[in-house]
Write a protein that binds this ligand. Structure first.
Ligand SMILES: [Zn+2]
Ligand SMILES: [Zn+2]
Length: 357
């Protein structure tokens, strides 16, 4: 069958190639409908990330799955829409033993389409039923953003847990970055009723700005309005989420919080450099105002379930806006366009849902 494969460590080796169909006795056979493409896939394609399974040389890409169950079994019926978790247990740490590989303590986990496990960018996948997450029919093709939404759901669950260690009410949130993660966080926070400001580089009135505003959040063009000015204007934020992937911006989030505020880092910035942080912000304000800065990666199964539920509720509330989340859909052989795409989300389409939108 056809698959999108890469030779990890070899830049620009992504190609469509033949890949064998796996045996599926104790697994659920899933037909891939669509896979989302994100920064992780781009990094793998540039050779800076990714590990092939066992002694194989190639890795099948794709960790953001929307699929359809191919035949009945293991509690699933033919035609069920599903997605699947990405990270799998290292089998030897307390977090993984408790079913929380998102909190793995060894780093020896495997990840679909990223590390030591083939991904979903192929026609058929034999998947462990315990790793499948049902997608309601009503969500349809929007189920393809369940994976990035699960990252957001985990981040918000952790932010609430940290904030709620003391009496706290989150009212004002700032989201920095309006890619898929920033956009999904914006919508999930609006669902919870927070006042949300979402900042990105695009000018006011751009498609990205309009998609932010369709949720009732305010769009901030950060080239025109420095975030420190915004902080002074609104009086600081209870929650700041960095989804732009800039270490300097990440450091500065600590200074954008108000009392008991929580800043969550979701972007990635591996550039070798030193960033600046205002002395009194960390040496005084962070202490006297009980502020926290934390990072979050991956998602627990409960976050996947919460993400799918959040997407379904968001789609009911803003149906027209949610249709604009995926900004490019192309077939597998046009993967180059999806990798180049700079809109909110690009996907590779492998099959039709049959009735679902
Ligand atoms: Zn991704
Ligand atoms: Zn582990």
């Amino acid at each position: 069958m056809q698959a999108l494969v890469v030779t990890p460590g070899e830049p620009h080796s992504v190609r469509v190639a033949e890949h064998p169909v796996e045996a599926a006795e104790s697994a659920v056979l899933v037909r891939t409908l669509e896979v989302g493409v994100c920064g992780t896939d781009r990094e793998i394609s540039e050779g800076i990330f990714g590990v092939a399974p066992g002694d194989e040389r190639a890795l099948v890409l794709g960790h953001e799955l929307l699929g359809v169950v191919e035949r009945d079994g293991h509690g699933f019926s033919r035609g069920d829409l599903v997605t699947a978790t990405v990270r799998r247990s290292c089998r030897r740490c307390v977090a993984c033993e408790e079913g929380a590989p998102d909190s793995c303590l060894t780093g020896d986990y495997s990840e679909r389409g990223i590390t030591r496990l083939h991904g979903f960018a192929r026609e058929l996948v034999a998947e462990d039923p315990a790793q499948l997450v049902p997608i309601p029919r009503a969500l349809g093709r929007l189920g393809v953003v369940a994976e990035p939404a699960s990252i957001c759901a985990r981040a918000l669950r952790h932010a609430r847990a940290i904030g709620n260690r003391q009496p706290w009410r989150a009212e004002r949130a700032l989201v920095i970055g309006a890619g898929a993660i920033g956009m999904l966080v914006t919508y999930l926070l609006r669902l919870e009723g927070l006042d949300v400001w979402t900042a990105a580089l695009d000018p006011p009135g751009s498609p990205r700005a309009r998609l932010v505003e369709a949720s009732g959040a305010r769009y901030v063009a950060s080239r025109e309005t420095p975030l420190e000015d915004l902080r002074d204007e609104v009086g600081g934020f209870d929650l700041v989420v960095e989804a732009a992937g800039d270490a300097q911006v990440m450091a500065a989030t600590l200074g954008l919080l108000r009392r008991s505020g929580v800043a969550c880092l979701l972007g990635i910035d591996p550039r070798e450099r030193t960033v600046e942080l205002d002395g009194p912000t960390i040496g005084l304000d962070a202490v006297l105002e009980n502020r926290v800065l934390f990072g979050s990666v991956n998602a627990h199964r409960e976050d996947w379930v919460a993400a799918v539920d959040g997407l379904a509720r968001a789609r009911e509330r803003w149906p027209e806006a949610l249709e604009r989340f995926v900004t490019l859909r192309v077939p597998l052989d046009r993967f180059g366009e999806a990798f180049e795409h700079r809109g909110v989300k690009a996907t590779l389409v492998l099959g039709e849902t049959g009735g679902a939108r």
